[in-house]
Write a protein that binds this ligand. Structure first.
Ligand code: SF4
Length: 199
């Protein structure tokens, strides 16, 4: 665009939303004024269930992670890289249903009250933006409960409720679509082995 060209929305004086609706009306398909998030409300129901049961899920994940760690010799024998595809498939299905997981590969659910921060439209990893609505919903997706309000609620139910105060590193996009379960297992195994060697 040259400096003399003026964007269509400024020329017309319409907001981006109004322009979107205007162009949508030119097609045969009309989505009944539903936002994408309203169509996905079913997944909010499960997400909110996960937050309400954060303490149980924290306990369950602790047991599950221990079993995964016990299987470290097996993962080593098979090869972590070869195990990745089937484990990732299961992880994606299970966490997709429960948390609407986006497979960022660096899971922080244990620190965020079982509310996945990757569902925040701004993908904030360290708390909410300044736009949370008075009803606790998101400013970008008005139908969606703010994932960080939910994260705080869920974390207060958890045994390790201070974990939410830990500052998270920015998302490493090179880890997308990889298995957090295997990565955490491999890292914990290395930590254990080096702690054993140090004694
Ligand atoms: S933090 Fe990442 S791995 Fe964990 S549920 Fe969210 S997208 Fe999935």
């Amino acid at each position: 665009m040259t400096s003399l060209e003026v964007p269509e929305r400024i020329k017309s004086g319409h907001s981006p939303k109004a322009l979107e609706l205007k162009s949508a009306s030119k097609t045969a398909y009309k989505p009944a004024h539903q936002t994408a998030t309203r169509r996905l409300r079913k997944s909010y129901t499960i997400r909110l269930w996960a937050v309400r049961h954060a303490r149980f899920l924290e306990w369950f994940y602790g047991r599950f992670a221990n079993i995964f760690l016990l299987l470290h010799p097996l993962w080593n024998a098979v090869g972590y890289q070869r195990a990745e595809a089937p484990v990732k498939f299961v992880e994606k299905q299970v966490k997709g249903v429960l948390f609407d997981c986006r497979m960022c590969g660096q899971c922080v659910l244990s620190s965020t009250g079982m509310s996945c921060p990757m569902n925040c439209p701004k993908q904030l990893r360290n708390g909410p933006c300044g736009g949370v609505r008075a009803n606790g919903n998101c400013e970008v997706e008005p139908d969606m409960p703010c994932v960080w309000v939910q994260a705080w609620n869920g974390s207060q139910n958890m045994r390790n409720h201070d974990a939410i105060l830990k500052v998270q590193r920015p998302v490493d996009n090179s880890l997308r679509e990889t298995s957090s379960w295997l990565r955490v297992t491999a890292e914990t195994a290395v930590e254990r082995e080096s702690a054993g060697e140090a004694k």
